[in-house]
Design a protein around this ligand. Structure first.
Ligand code: FES
Length: 67
């Protein structure tokens, strides 16, 4: 599904960038998202935040080194 129609930018592309840790501003600079009509900005920013919050590990597992 397109997230930014003006730039033919798909959700999958934005999700991948967000999961790599790029900020919304970084993603906009790279892809051009929100740079034309701007109607996608509110949804796109919320989408990036949602992707980032789900890509972080919820727990830190201890390392186990058998001796
Ligand atoms: S839909 Fe994203 S700038 Fe127009």
């Amino acid at each position: 599904m397109y997230l930014c129609v003006c730039n033919a930018l798909k959700e999958d592309t934005v999700r991948a960038l967000a999961e790599e840790g790029l900020s919304f501003k970084d993603i906009c600079n790279i892809t051009g998202c929100s740079s034309n009509c701007g109607s996608c900005q509110e949804y796109a920013e919320a989408f990036v935040l949602a992707c980032q919050s789900t890509s972080r590990p919820s727990t830190v597992l201890p390392l186990f080194c058998p001796t």
